[in-house]
Design a protein around this ligand. Structure first.
Ligand SMILES: Cc1cc2nc3c(=O)[nH]c(=O)nc-3n(C[C@H](O)[C@H](O)[C@H](O)COP(=O)(O)O)c2cc1C
Length: 488
């Protein structure tokens, strides 16, 4: 995996959302639905197809939305199958365990050389440019995603581009965006996120902040925007993953680099002191936990869009939702990177469980090498940048337990964990109102579970032997009784 020729094979080969959709259709993973309403129907259909799909739900392309011209489409569930995430990241489509995809992605990122975007003068995104009185974000079939949402949200599977006022780099983060009217939209950025740090810096200086919100774009950009990557532009990382720069045009209002082949880009600015009530919105933890709160909004100045644009959507809800795998793979890879950067040896797997969801239940799989190894991995996984935000349960398991297999993890917790000595807690950790157990003062508490065999017993070989079928007998039986195991 680390050899240069392997890295070359792992480049992202499709270009832009439209080619990605063609490939997904070729894989048999695209569902086209005509006639669903923007008012809760598209969100509910996606919810119902995803909640029990076990990572096999289709991507859904909605067209002929009542009240909108044919061709003005929405795309839901981009990343709700492992195969589509692998396609998006340029990884092999077939895999054994879920954590194998995390490992491949982690290896890829470890060797990645970012490539800065290339400025071009033209691109499909300039096919339509709305300015002045023509600006209207409801020109697109913007959904009210959940039945109890009070507003339509144009930004869910989005990329909010902000520029650091000191260092000048461009961040992309997925932050939700409510519609107030034709020219005002929200931008809910939680404390500590890069976009929030940028905005706080501008506002502390009494300055407005320019912003570009991509609401239809290459799924790779959305995946990177929704991942807790370290400082540095996601545009450059996407270039590195493709092995060539992204073509970008200069935003007419902001001057920001806008991907030339994206679908819809909204330019605007946030003004210090200008706030509107934002939310409620069906949240990623599965609750309406965040009431309506006054938050800064975006004054929209320009809208750029392609002919027959596709608005990308990713509302979240009670698990399993369409972003569970994104957080399982991209979020877990970030925790793996931190464990490695802190020198923790023999990490064999990391998985953020879709049902929890995400960092609410993170499992790290290690081959124990020394006393205290398990506890070291636990604390770093729970406190590193990729694991710290809104964590709840962090569990460490042995090498024979597949971190991505919840049955095996529960077995380890049920049989290798001691409730007195195997548990640590962290108090006053990084949280947000999305957490229904959010504590006054903006914190949450969390629990670390050591579900590894006690190291001294493992070393002495005194931990009871596991009841299992040996790999030799498994292989022999598969050969001897092919009809029994066909397709299993
Ligand atoms: C579909 C989706 C919606 C999200 N919505 C928000 C949001 O509204 N506000 C927020 O602060 N983070 C939200 N996140 C999480 C951030 O995108 C994520 O923490 C990311 O790391 C932020 O980028 P940053 O690290 O560059 O700040 C969302 C993630 C996804 C996948």
């Amino acid at each position: 995996m680390n050899a240069p020729q392997d890295a070359a094979k792992l480049l992202v080969h499709y270009r832009g959302l439209r080619q990605w959709i063609e490939k997904v259709e070729g894989m048999g993973e695209l569902l086209k639905v005509d006639g669903a309403s923007w008012d809760a129907e598209m969100g509910a259909i996606t919810h119902m197809l995803t909640e029990k799909s076990g990572g096999t739900a289709p991507a859904i392309l909605f067209d002929n939305v009542p009240g909108y011209p044919s061709g003005f489409r929405t795309l839901y569930g981009e990343l709700s199958s492992i195969k589509r995430i692998a396609l998006t990241l340029g990884l092999p489509l077939e895999h054994g365990r879920k954590v194998d995809v995390v490992k491949q992605y982690h290896d890829r990122m470890r060797n990645l050389k970012p490539i800065a975007p290339r400025w071009v003068n033209d691109g499909p995104i300039l096919q339509n440019v709305l300015e002045g009185d023509a600006v209207d974000v409801l020109k697109f079939p913007v959904p009210r995603h959940h039945e109890a949402d009070k507003a339509r949200f144009i930004g869910t599977a989005d990329c909010v581009m902000t520029q650091d006022p000191d260092a000048g780099w461009f961040n992309l983060g997925a932050y939700r965006s409510q519609v107030y009217d034709a020219r005002r939209i929200g931008c809910q950025i939680t404390e500590g996120k890069h976009g929030r740090v940028h905005r706080d810096k501008y506002f502390e200086r009494g300055q407005s902040m320019k912003v570009v919100i991509l609401v239809g774009q290459d799924p790779l950009l959305f995946l990177l925007s929704g991942s807790p990557l370290p400082e540095g532009s996601e545009l450059d990382i996407a270039g590195g993953m493709r092995g060539e720069p992204l073509d970008v045009v200069r935003g007419p209002y902001t001057g920001f680099p806008i991907p030339a082949d994206c679908e819809i880009a909204i330019e605007g600015e946030c003004v210090p002191g200008e706030v509107l009530p934002e939310g409620p919105f069906g949240e990623w933890m599965g609750y309406y936990s965040d009431d309506s709160v006054p938050r800064p909004y975006v004054n929209v100045k320009t809208i750029l869009y392609r002919n027959n644009p596709i608005l990308c959507c990713a509302p979240q809800h009670k698990p399993v939702d369409e972003t569970g795998l994104l957080k399982g793979i991209a979020g877990a890879a970030e925790i793996w990177r931190s464990l490695e950067a802190c020198g923790v040896p023999d990490v064999l797997g990391v998985w953020n469980h879709e049902g929890a969801p995400a960092t609410r239940f993170t499992v790290v799989q290690i081959r124990q090498r020394y006393p205290g190894h398990a506890r070291q991995a636990l604390h770093i996984a729970a406190a590193c940048q990729g694991g710290a935000y809104n964590g709840k349960w962090t569990v460490v398991v042995d090498d024979d337990i597949d971190a991505g297999d919840i049955d095996q993890v529960l077995w380890a917790m049920g049989t290798r964990f001691d409730p007195i000595s195997g548990i640590d807690t962290i108090q006053k950790a990084w949280s947000s109102k999305r957490d229904p157990m959010y504590l006054p003062g903006n914190f949450n508490n969390r629990v670390l579970i050591d579900a590894c065999m006690p190291y001294n017993m493992k070393l002495a070989g005194t931990f009871p032997k596991v009841v299992d079928v040996s790999s030799n007998l498994r292989s022999a039986l598969r050969v001897k009784f092919p009809q029994v195991f066909a397709g299993r």
